[in-house]
Ligand binder design. Structure first.
Ligand SMILES: Cc1cc2nc3c(=O)[nH]c(=O)nc-3n(C[C@H](O)[C@H](O)[C@H](O)COP(=O)(O)OP(=O)(O)OC[C@H]3O[C@@H](n4cnc5c(N)ncnc54)[C@H](O)[C@@H]3O)c2cc1C
Length: 382
């Protein structure tokens, strides 16, 4: 059995692990371990690919805003094509949902990113919306489509160009800490490193348990996406993404088709999750209720896991108990749009704790794994 030694070993090569690996490889020798045959098989390859500065709680929004410049002006040579394309996100309300829309529009932290538009403007922006359904709307003009594949591949390319080592088919099975180093058994060999990063997505708690620390109750939740055909005479490419103000559905044009979702959030054990018939039917039913579409053909359906910590903020920082054990998990439904800032933050904390200016305004205590009393209580046996 071979043994290889690195400064840092990262477990999981989705967008979280890949982006952190690309940052850390500038200064450290890094191994990136992925259990599957190729990186991006799980949540990263299954997203709706939206960048929205108003989505998620305050901690998420801060990370998204700190990621914005990277998406619009990535470092020279990072990616061959633009990473984002503006689409806009239209949040609609029925007459019964006016209160939700008013509360949303009154949130001071969202004010500079959204504007109220008239009902007629909303109907004009997306021609299939039913006039008797839409009562009011708010638009985020700057919301954008992300080329997730290009972003992920660009991070992996940067990582390799900087001398990083990607290992696929390399599941971190046993983790033990001996003489100041972590030993990770991958089945095919041992990887040794003084620091490890837990970027295992839905499996973050499982990895923590196998390393000997308490889980943080990061809950994977299933979300379903369905690609349906539009009638031949309907062209949707210029529509914004349309989101129900209470997030019970959304829809978004996607390469001549329409991506729809019932915005489900079903707690699930970590697994290679599949779309359930009931969720596909619910998506179709909700979209047919708010539009004049009759959906005849489904081209593709899938589901992915969005994994949330109890307070729905990401978990970025060193474990309270285990030496050199770093969490980069709990990205929920925002792991793509927050990845650039989250990766820079993680890299700076792992290096020397000096946080770069553009993310200095983010409250680290809201992201630290040490914010959870639950884990601490379990560890101390109280
Ligand atoms: C339907 C849907 C829509 C979404 N829409 C958006 C959106 O519009 N915008 C947005 O920002 N986010 C969105 N998200 C969320 C986003 O996809 C996730 O937050 C993000 O992909 C999480 O990335 P990750 O790297 O943490 O997880 P993953 O991509 O799941 O990567 C974790 C990796 O760790 C590996 N792993 C696990 N255990 C081990 C082990 N023991 N050893 C080695 N490897 C291991 C897994 O194989 C996996 O590849 C959406 C998600 C879904 C499902």
């Amino acid at each position: 059995m071979t043994t290889q030694t690195f400064d840092i070993a990262i477990i999981g090569a989705g967008i979280a692990g890949a982006s952190a690996a690309a940052e850390l490889a500038k200064t450290h020798s890094v191994a990136l371990l992925e259990r599957e045959d190729f990186p991006g098989y799980h949540s990263t390859g299954r997203s709706a690919a939206l960048f929205s500065e108003i989505y998620g709680n305050a901690a998420v929004r801060a990370l998204s805003r700190a990621s914005r410049d990277f998406f619009y002006a990535p470092p020279r040579g990072f990616a061959e094509h633009p990473l984002v394309r503006k689409r806009g996100a239209l949040h609609i309300a029925s007459a019964q949902q006016m209160r939700s829309l008013d509360d949303f529009a009154a949130n001071a932290d969202l004010a500079s990113s959204i504007r109220r538009i008239t009902r007629e403007e909303a109907l004009g922006a997306c021609s299939i919306l039913r006039p008797d359904y839409v009562a009011a709307a708010v638009i985020e003009d700057d919301a954008a489509d992300v080329d997730v594949h290009a972003l992920h591949q660009a991070y992996l390319r940067q990582f390799r160009n900087l001398g990083g080592t990607l290992m696929v088919d390399a599941q971190a099975r046993g983790l033990s800490h001996r003489a100041g180093e972590w030993h990770i058994d991958t089945g095919a060999g041992i990887v040794r490193a003084p620091m490890i990063v837990n970027a295992a997505g839905a499996w973050a708690d499982a990895v923590a348990k196998s390393a000997g620390t308490a889980p943080l109750f990061i809950q994977p939740c299933r979300r379903t996406a369905v690609l349906v055909e539009l009638p031949p005479n309907v062209r949707g490419e210029g529509w914004p993404m349309v989101i129900d103000i209470d997030e019970t559905f959304y829809m978004k044009p996607d390469a001549g088709l329409l991506l729809i979702s019932p915005a489900d959030e079903t707690p699930t054990d970590p697994c290679d999750v599949q779309a359930e018939e009931i969720d596909v039917a619910t998506a179709i039913d909700r979209i047919e209720h708010v539009t004049n579409l009759r959906i005849r053909r489904v081209r593709k359906r899938w589901a992915g896991l969005r994994s949330f910590a109890p307070d729905r903020s990401p978990v970025i920082g060193f474990d309270a108990v285990l030496p050199g054990f770093f969490w980069l998990a709990g990205q929920g439904g925002y792991g793509i749009q927050t990845a650039p800032a989250a990766a820079r933050l993680a890299a700076s904390l792992l290096r020397d704790g000096a946080v770069p200016d553009e993310i200095a305004g983010i409250y680290l205590s809201q992201l630290s794994p040490q914010r959870f009393g639950i884990g601490a209580a379990k560890r101390s046996g109280t």
